[in-house]
Design a protein around this ligand. Sequence first.
Ligand code: CA
Length: 219
Amino acid sequence: MRILYVEDEKLLADAVTHLLKKQGIAVDWTDDGEEALKLAKKPVYDAIVLDIMLPKMSGLEILEIIRKQSINTPVIMLSALSEIEDKVKGLELGADDYLAKPFKTSELIARLNALSRRPPIRERKILKFADIEFDPEDRTVNGVTLTEKESEILKMLIEAGDKTVQKDYILGHVWGAEMLAEDNYVEVYMSYLRKKLKSVSSKVSIKTIRGLGYKLVKK
Ligand code: CA
């Protein structure tokens, strides 16, 4: 296992590196954000251990940039226990784990082992149908943002492929227990979705199957 370790406290970094190496974990250490970004691009790391408080660029900024570059290497964030907001932010930005300082190196090793047993996570799952590509995570279709309900509906339609999705099924799953959901809600949202598909010049359209439901068709 090889890790990238970004930490500006040299004494701590030396101690941790020494202990990790004893466990057979190769460590590339840097205290510099720019260098961390360069190194993170190399496809050699099983994990990145990233301190939040760094002098020039914060660990959170580094994390944000590498995730934007679609680098999916697992990341463990390090920060003082008091920085709970940083923890939340880090996880939102795509960190896989979090360790509060001070920590035991054995704890870090356990977390690294847990991460390396997993396949790289947070790989984007894009759903496709003909010329449309739907990203359920950021709710976009061919780059255009959908509302939450539009997104849920489109997901059902794409997953059904060329089969019809029943109107009642959509109503039940999207509106669920929400009171007063009416039949025509589905029709209204279909018209929103049709507009969005049109706005991205898609060849896909939503066909109404009378008395039954909806399905995607390729023009
Ligand atoms: Ca620090």
